[in-house]
Ligand binder design. Sequence first.
Ligand SMILES: *[C@@H]1O[C@H](CO)[C@@H](O)[C@H](O)[C@H]1NC(C)=O
Ligand SMILES: *[C@@H]1O[C@H](CO)[C@@H](O)[C@H](O)[C@H]1NC(C)=O
Ligand SMILES: *[C@@H]1O[C@H](CO)[C@@H](O)[C@H](O)[C@H]1NC(C)=O
Length: 336
Amino acid sequence: MFKHRRTKIRWILVIGFTVIVGAFVIYKIECLNDFNKTSLVDYKFPSKSLLSYMGNTTESLRKHLTSSVSVPKHITKSLKQLGKMDEVNKHFLFLNSVPKSGSEILVFLLERIQGENNFKHVRLKGGNKRKLNKIQQEEMVEEIYDIRRNMAIPLSFDRTVYFINFTSFDRQLPIYFNLIRHPITKVMTRALLTKTGTYDSYFIRCLLDAKRNCNFKNGRPYDLTIPYFCGHDPRCMLLNDNWAFEKAKSNVEKYYQVVGVLEEMNITLQVLETKIPQFFSGVKSTYQRNLLENYKNKKDPDIPEEIEISLRKTLVKEMEFYYWIKNRLLSQANKT
Ligand SMILES: *[C@@H]1O[C@H](CO)[C@@H](O)[C@H](O)[C@H]1NC(C)=O
Ligand SMILES: *[C@@H]1O[C@H](CO)[C@@H](O)[C@H](O)[C@H]1NC(C)=O
Ligand SMILES: *[C@@H]1O[C@H](CO)[C@@H](O)[C@H](O)[C@H]1NC(C)=O
């Protein structure tokens, strides 16, 4: 009798303990979910230099975001609902930004118009690593898909990373878009001294001296513009590599609805607005209201002629790619 009661008490204790542990685990999972959601709202803003023009927009933007984004909880779309794998999903936008090419302007604009156009912009971390191995690529694709499942609203993403083929991970393709810049002015931003607004004379001399390491050499790997469209194959980074150049062009044709050109910002925004209205409707007037004044009088110093000649000779494929993109953009603009 006595022994029987002890077993009973033991059972009650075991059940009680299980219930408490279970409740604790569920509570922790909830906390984790909430944490993921708030960390999305609390994302980083574009570079200070750009935002410092805007007075206190950052703060008001953040306030607007935290108050207006009502995240539907626990709506998990099945893969079937997300659509077919090999189709481009028109509610999923991806900017794999090229550094030093003005993409912070696009990020700023996306953050500005997300409210009106009922989407949300997410800045992905890890942009200092642009070339990823297969596993890292898959991790990025999965990270994006987790966010999409949790948010269940149209999303745009940006990260500095080379082109990723979502289809090779059995995932639907986003609408890719990007912004590039003239290859010579892009290289020269590295030599620009912000304090004086002039080019670093040491860098200039170094660029012109073939014996030193500043100038570009054929067949060596560089983080220029073509790899961002070509992808993660080691050949993509090689200077003036024809395979990389062709691959970049074919990826643009297949996957990029718009690739803008910083020197043609008005046309870029016009094409974005007509080609991808679900995200960019109204972007042109937002730009004119908020940013135009800041860029009107901004001009980089003239590039010394011998530097220009020298870079034109070495950055052959980069130049060809730039003009190819610019022509594509202008012909898109003429068709609208
Ligand atoms: C700063 O933001 C507040 C609202 O958050 C706004 O009322 C005020 O006009 C803003 N100031 C400037 C200079 O933009
Ligand atoms: C992307 O991946 C799919 C599936 O593996 C493949 O069929 C397609 O050719 C790839 N595209 C590129 C540009 O590599
Ligand atoms: C872009 O458009 C704005 C407003 O229409 C105009 O003031 C500006 O000069 C244009 N910029 C260029 C480079 O055409």
